[in-house]
Design a protein around this ligand. Sequence first.
Ligand code: ADP
Ligand code: ADP
Length: 226
Amino acid sequence: MIHVGKVYKSFGNNTAIDNVSLEIAEGEHVVLLGPSGSGKTTLLRMINGLITPSSGSIRINDADIRERPQNELRRQIGYVLQRNSLFPHYTVEENIAVVPNLLKWEKRATGKKIRELMKKLHLPETYLSRMPDELSGGEAQRVNIARALAADPPILLMDEPFSALDTLTRKSIREEFMQLDEFQRKTVVMVTHDIQEAFELGDTIALLHQGKLVQRGKPLELLYNP
Ligand code: ADP
Ligand code: ADP
């Protein structure tokens, strides 16, 4: 479903991604694991079309993402960042509605979907009129997840989605999230530097070091065949 072929990315003289190839199957949950500066975010942003590779190719469902209209990528890909990525001047409801509105969904369908997601993510409906600064860290992150899921994209990209939360909140949101059928049936690529999180959420772990993909395998394979 996602094909990364011999991708390089440099910023000036600094090589952030160094000849990475990766195949991600439909429904697979891949975790990009590695220390700070190893290129995880750069790779994720290239899959999202936000950064263009210096060379190599990225294809989604056999089409090069450079040849795809932005609207089509938005429909295909949901993107979750760390907590502070909600639009501060939009209410919770307006934040979650951003992509459905861009895709010109009917108001009624959008409203229905938003209420369904609020329920699944254990957010009271009364929060729909709140502003992001009236939410706790955990609540804001649930809204971020709802926003990414609103248009039901088949692919979900997540960049350290739980790392800004305190340990207890992180554990409970992560466990809730793993139970969602939205998570289970989507193709997911998640960035983290937290090994425990990687082992819990990933079917496959791709280990990056200094921009190179040094290992790729199931969590237990990595543990026993280092
Ligand atoms: P990670 O997500 O693993 O922490 P990044 O992908 O953010 O790593 O960064 C990989 C390397 O690329 C780092 O050396 C970083 O400094 C560099 N880098 C990332 N983005 C930029 C940018 N926009 N301009 C210059 N260098 C960048
Ligand atoms: P945390 O410790 O997780 O950061 P907060 O202390 O920020 O949590 O928030 C605790 C509760 O108070 C949350 O349910 C949040 O929704 C609510 N809350 C926080 N700020 C406001 C506000 N400005 N207006 C209304 N409710 C708020």
